[in-house]
Ligand binder design. Structure first.
Ligand SMILES: CC(C)[C@H](C(=O)O)[C@@H](O)C(=O)O
Ligand code: SF4
Length: 469
């Protein structure tokens, strides 16, 4: 009998085309997602070499990072740099025969949201994209990770990727989440626990009762931020929740092919006794809603807590870096998190821009008003998320409450477009990164869950969402 294997081992093994003695492998890639930021040189490389895209039907291109989120974007993109990137992708997709969703297509959206929506992302697949948050697709039990632009070119040309196997890490979240605590709080707590380098060299498998209980949206939120924990990818074994989500998606298999696929997908779980190189265990019942206070996703604190004191950190380098983070954030140690006033709210991104996130926001916003000092925007992750939200009447709740309801895109997650913080503006954000300048020059980002962001928009400062239920 063969040795017990992890889910990661199985998907990896199933895709090895060639293995060298030093462990370098050539992996077959099932799906390639392409966006406008990391693909121009890759297509240019193909053009110069006179090569074609090996499998256009396994490739899907979309614009997301640079697109404006204002309704007048259909009249053209004013920012020249953005327009050039967007036009380049449109041309490259046409020249190389790759399916492409432009900003005018209702299926357009953030690359990691449209893949699952279209059934382009399926369990057991290898999925790559020139984007670090490709880990999102691991929620389906797919081996999905970001690649660099030269690798994008390699995958376009050959449908394969050179890879060395990573180590296996298990993150088990036992028990049930308390009311008001979400998938976002789980992943922020995990990153707080392992640190931003904790997952370096690993692929993380998330398991345990709390993970099993999550919807696909919640699982995507968790896997999305694997990269913030340093891991190459994050995975969750597919189950009935996964199959129910995938069924009837435009590109999902149908009929007999569906039955065969499900049969295979059911084998995609870690064998009893398989070896993990590292195991981390968390108790969901003890998790609070989390707010980041610094400029790294590991700078987490409970909403009931205070801004920590860097002077208490023994390691000098770490102490200095956290002191600098506090200074950048304009905060003083000891301040209660609920006393921190905010100027802006950003609800969206590939972490929390899906329908369930918007429903959570609507539940908080209904019948309430955004604080007059706060500018709060809601950016659906895709055109389909937007249409669904509008079909449910969520847009009316948002607009009546004073939120700005936008068109889909990456938006203020990274400020590569018109949506950005002004210097020193403080933002409660549902995105995944809080680096210096991430949401705009000198902007200050606090990462939170959608419900926490909505509550902060209304109160004008952070509040414990559990007191609002
Ligand atoms: C622009 C892109 C390369 C980048 C990434 O890889 O993650 C972006 O999506 C981000 O979130 O910072
Ligand atoms: S939403 Fe943010 S994290 Fe996601 S792909 Fe866009 S820029 Fe990157």
């Amino acid at each position: 009998m063969s040795a017990p294997r992890t889910l990661y081992d199985k998907i990896f093994d199933d895709h090895v085309v060639d293995r060298q003695d030093d462990g370098t492998c050539l992996l077959y890639i099932d799906r390639h997602l392409v966006h406008e930021v990391t693909s121009p040189q890759a297509f240019e490389g193909l053009r110069m070499a006179g090569r074609k895209v090996r499998h256009p039907e396994k490739t899907l291109a979309v614009v997301d990072h640079n697109v404006p989120t204002s309704p007048d974007r259909v009249n053209g993109i004013k920012n020249e740099e953005s327009r050039i990137q967007v036009e380049a992708l449109a041309r490259n997709a046409a020249d190389f025969g790759v399916e492409y969703y432009s900003e005018k297509d209702r299926r357009q959206g953030i690359v990691h949201i449209i893949g699952p929506e279209q059934g382009f992302t399926l369990p057991g697949m290898t999925i790559v994209c020139g984007d670090s948050h490709t880990s999102t697709h691991g929620a389906f039990g797919a081996l999905a990770h970001g690649i660099g632009t030269s690798e994008v070119e390699h995958v376009l040309a050959t449908q394969t990727l050179i890879q060395k196997k990573a180590k296996n890490m298990l993150v088990r979240v036992d028990g049930q989440l308390p009311e008001g605590v979400t998938a976002k709080d789980i992943i922020l707590a995990i990153i707080g626990e392992i640190g931003t380098a904790g997952g370096t060299g690993y692929v993380i498998e998330y398991a345990g009762e709390a993970i099993r209980s999550l919807s696909m949206e919640g699982r995507m939120t968790v896997c999305n931020m694997s990269i913030e924990g340093g891991a190459r990818a994050g995975l969750i074994a597919p189950d009935e929740t996964t199959f129910a989500y995938v069924k009837d998606k435009p590109r999902a298999p149908t009929g007999k092919a569906w039955d065969m696929a499900v049969e295979y997908w059911k084998t995609l779980k870690t064998d009893e006794g398989a070896h993990y190189d590292k195991v981390v265990v968390l108790d969901a019942a003890s998790l609070p809603p989390i707010v980041t206070w610094g400029s790294s996703p590991e700078d987490v604190v409970s909403v009931t807590g205070t801004v920590p004191d860097p002077e208490l950190i023994e390691d000098e380098n770490k102490r200095n870096s956290k002191k600098r983070a506090l200074e950048y954030m304009g905060l003083t140690a000891g301040t209660k998190i609920t006393d921190i006033a905010i100027d802006r709210v950003f609800i969206g991104s590939c972490t929390n821009g899906r329908i369930e996130d918007l429903r959570a926001v609507a539940a908080v916003a209904k019948g309430r008003q955004v604080n007059p000092r706060v500018n709060a925007m809601i950016v659906p992750g895709s055109g389909l998320v937007k249409a669904q939200a509008e079909a449910e009447g969520l847009d009316k709740i948002f607009i009546e409450a004073g939120f700005d309801w936008r068109e889909p895109g990456c938006s203020m997650c990274l400020a590569m477009n018109d949506d950005r913080l002004k210097p020193h503006e403080r933002c409660a954000s549902t995105s995944n990164r809080n680096f210096e300048g991430r949401q705009g020059f000198k902007g200050r980002t606090h990462l939170v869950s959608p419900a926490m962001a909505a509550a902060a928009a209304i109160a004008g400062h952070f509040v414990d969402i559990r007191d609002w239920q």
